[in-house]
Design a protein around this ligand. Sequence first.
Ligand code: HAM
Length: 416
Amino acid sequence: MYRAPRGTTDILPGEQAYWRYIEQKAAGICQLYGYERIDAPTFEDTDLFTRSVGEETDIVTKEMYTFEDKGGNQLTLRPEGTAPVCRAYLEHGLHNQPQPVKLYYMASIFRYERPQAGRYREHHQFGYEAIGDADPALDAEVIEMAWRFFTSLGLRQLTLELNSIGCKKCRPRYLAAIKDHYTSHRRELCPDCKIRLQRNPLRLLDCKNPSCQGVADSAPRSTDYLCPECEEHFSRLKGYLKLPFTINHRLVRGLDYYTRTVFEIQPEEGGAQSTIGGGGRYDDLIEELGGKPTPAVGFASGLERIILNLKKQNVPIPPLPKPRVFIAHIGDEARDEAIKLASRLRQTGIGVIEATGKKSLKAQLRQANTLGARHAVIIGEDEIRTGTVILRDMTGAEQNVIASSQLEAELREGSL
Ligand code: HAM
């Protein structure tokens, strides 16, 4: 028997209400803040991700689904959504539009990670990017929008963590301090951190290995090393934010493109895989990809993690609309009539499910019940002869004989 590949899931019909609910709320929030949808391809040139996410990150070194196609091109299934949006921004000359350009996406994301609850090899993100403005008010807006999105879904008890990791100018001094600190604790570090210490010291703070926690906790803080411009940016952002937040000095995020603001939103019951969304500013990325210096800020959230939390918090989800009329029939002639009737009702916009095969009336009504139909229309020989149908209310099991020509009107009155 075939199974879905490890770390992937089928989204069965019973789960779809969650997905539609989140997508609808996301689109609503984006409209409220003036973000327009963009859809980029599922795969891109590998180099796009290596350059943007960073060669020494876990994503690039361990997690990318990279392959060579039959034309010899090196391609990668997108492991995140920001770099493709920036590539599209440059490719289509969106820098010529009024800035900031505000874009959002819903996309499947691929990372070869060790699967567990809330961590998959294919997951789905809702993300958005505001490109072309350095104003800290925009950072505050991006964060507020994420918060509003989660609360509009009905999620409660969230915490917002914030940090500033400086810019090209002030980061080197901070990295040197981190390096000194970790070098003096070298013996306590996990093998990965020993490599990070040489190649990408900022990633040290991100390590989840228990042996490295103490060293990370006592490490120098990026906010103590900010240049005056970054310092001012951070302090203005904090002033604009009208939400409760905590400063997390170890928050650096797992991607290399961030500058200044970084933030994450966590549900109350924490844990390694709990972050439901995160983002930050990436003022150098567009330039790194070949554009003019263009500041930008964005956010993304994993839909699977949102659903996990909606379930944990018992948030009621509106059910998806279903056809509310079921047509049952007895005998071959009635069956032909049922097919015609179903077509007639659908033409007027009334959703219908028709019984198929040759089941007994009892079995057909049982099926109507299981499908959640509100009305059953029953047709037999007598009804065909008299031009009538039996209309049965499936909730109260009350039924009436009515003229077939009256059916649409009756069903509409029943507010279908
Ligand atoms: P990220 O933190 O790597 O950021 O991913 C965003 C969110 O995706 C996470 O907070 C989490 O909810 C979800 N997520 C990540 N990995 C998995 C996984 N393996 N399984 C399930 N859910 C997962 C980014 O990707 C950045 N592009 C966000 C951003 C946008 N920054 C600026 N703009």
